[in-house]
Write a protein that binds this ligand. Structure first.
Ligand SMILES: NC(=O)c1ccc[n+]([C@@H]2O[C@H](COP(=O)([O-])OP(=O)(O)OC[C@H]3O[C@@H](n4cnc5c(N)ncnc54)[C@H](O)[C@@H]3O)[C@@H](O)[C@H]2O)c1
Length: 417
């Protein structure tokens, strides 16, 4: 589905654990991608990624354990960064300053400074820094985006979303699995993973394009889930048996926006529950609500008075043209039902076209900053803290966005003809 499939782009993969391997495999199936190098600070993981790439493409990439060496030695168009949360920005900045575009996996920022560094590196080098927020390309999110742009829910007033994912084993066994989340749950307390729902929400209400986030306030519950899980699963002398985790089991974050909208985010990863992003969109003409037993919609004057309707028929009726085209082309449903392939395709399409990606450095900085701002607010007992304007005022009058099949600002029907 890439528009410029003829142009080959050279992309190195940095961070090749579970997610990095999945994204690398997915990226190898995007037309036009060549992977000359891979990197992980663990030698075995770098070698696994090189083996897998060789198996898929017949060409073995160079394997590195130091991304600085990779950037110094390789000729690249871009890097794909799937490392730990606290290393994404550092590597993206180094890559841009070495002349490469950067695509980063999602995760929040640990400081505002790293957000500014990404913005400055991108502005000064002209290199892109795309946050790979795959949920922006989810089938349901895209259908809802189209419905909102068509005015079906009226003027948008309030939005909710969450990352509600029982990750107790993945987090708790971070040492055994050499996985990055554990240290964050020991030392931090806030909205650690905001972007899965904030990304689609921000695009829906034009954040950084005529709108912006103004304040973040957050509170956190006590932290019991991991401790109880480990006490149940492990012997009394297990090294984390008496560990106090700072990260509250459930954190609630409220964001106010210049456009008058409010956003409520929930982070909830250490208590037993099925996965959900609990998406809610409330407008003057109706409400969409993701619910445990089925997504629902209520439209004023259309739905029976005070009764939810199932969302399924609306999803079919309002299918985004990208998903229609993707369905016709044959869905690569390996990565999260297809959205991984789409977000990577969007990045590759931007590289091939030489124009900024649909989720740019201002989006990355603003969305990632919510994590550190929520940590500050939790520390201040829920007091609102201001969100920096990473666009330096350009949000009120931005250059026009690029219309494309992967556009997340508008539904560009004309690009599908
Ligand atoms: N978008 C999604 O749906 C989705 C799904 C899963 C994970 N993720 C994100 O992907 C990222 C990776 O997730 P994971 O589960 O594979 O985490 P992980 O902790 O298992 O892997 C991170 C890898 O990065 C490597 N790394 C860290 N610092 C490095 C450095 N300086 N140089 C080279 N390599 C370095 C580590 O050695 C490790 O192999 C995380 O940010 C996570 O939040 C996104």
């Amino acid at each position: 589905m890439n528009q410029q499939t003829s142009k080959i782009v050279r992309i190195a993969a940095i961070g090749t654990s579970g997610r990095g391997m999945g994204q690398l495999r997915e990226m190898l199936s995007v037309p036009g991608v060549f992977v000359p190098a891979v990197c992980d600070k663990y030698e075995d993981r770098a070698q696994n990624a090189a083996d897998m790439t060789a198996e898929v493409t017949g060409v073995r990439p160079a394997a590195y354990t130091d991304y600085r060496e990779l950037l110094a030695k390789e000729t690249l168009d871009a890097v794909l960064i799937c490392t730990t949360w606290i290393t994404h920005a550092e590597i993206a900045v180094a890559a841009m300053r070495a002349g490469c575009h950067a695509a980063m996996e999602v995760g929040g920022a640990a400081s505002l400074e790293e957000c500014w560094q990404m913005v400055r590196a991108s502005e000064e080098t002209g290199k892109f820094c795309m946050l790979l927020e795959n949920c922006c390309y989810d089938r349901k999110e895209m259908a809802l985006f189209q419905m909102v742009r068509q005015g079906i829910l009226g003027e948008i007033v309030h939005l909710e979303g969450g990352y509600r994912h029982d990750l107790r084993d993945e987090i708790a066994y971070g040492r055994e699995n050499r996985h990055g989340r554990l240290a964050n749950f020991i030392h931090r307390n806030g909205e650690l993973y905001p972007t899965h729902q904030l990304g689609p929400i921000a695009k829906l209400i034009g954040v950084n394009r005529g709108n912006r986030m103004l304040t973040v306030s957050a509170i956190a519950s006590k932290a019991r889930g991991l401790r109880e899980f480990l006490r149940r699963e492990q012997p009394a002398d297990y090294y984390l048996a008496n560990q106090e985790f700072r990260q509250g089991d459930v954190t609630d974050t409220t964001i106010t926006c210049a456009g008058g909208e409010t956003i409520h985010l929930v982070h909830d990863c250490t208590l037993p529950r099925p996965y959900s992003r609990t998406y809610v969109i409330q407008g003057t003409k109706g409400t969409f609500q993701e619910a445990p037993l089925g997504d629902a919609i209520y439209l004023d004057g259309v739905s029976k008075h005070h009764e939810w309707e199932p969302f399924g028929p609306y999803l079919e009726k309002h299918e985004h043209p990208l998903w229609k085209a993707y369905g016709k082309a044959g869905i690569h449903a390996n990565g999260h039902g297809g959205m991984d392939y789409l977000v990577l395709s969007a990045f590759v399409d931007s590289l091939q076209a030489g124009t900024p990606p649909p989720i740019d450095v201002y989006d990355a900085a603003a969305w990632m900053a919510v994590t550190v701002l929520s940590e500050q607010s939790v520390t201040l007992g829920g007091a609102p803290v201001p969100v920096p304007d990473f666009t330096n005022g350009k949000w009120i009058d931005r250059d026009p966005f690029r219309r494309s099949v992967y556009c997340l600002e508008a539904v560009c029907e004309d690009c599908f003809l």
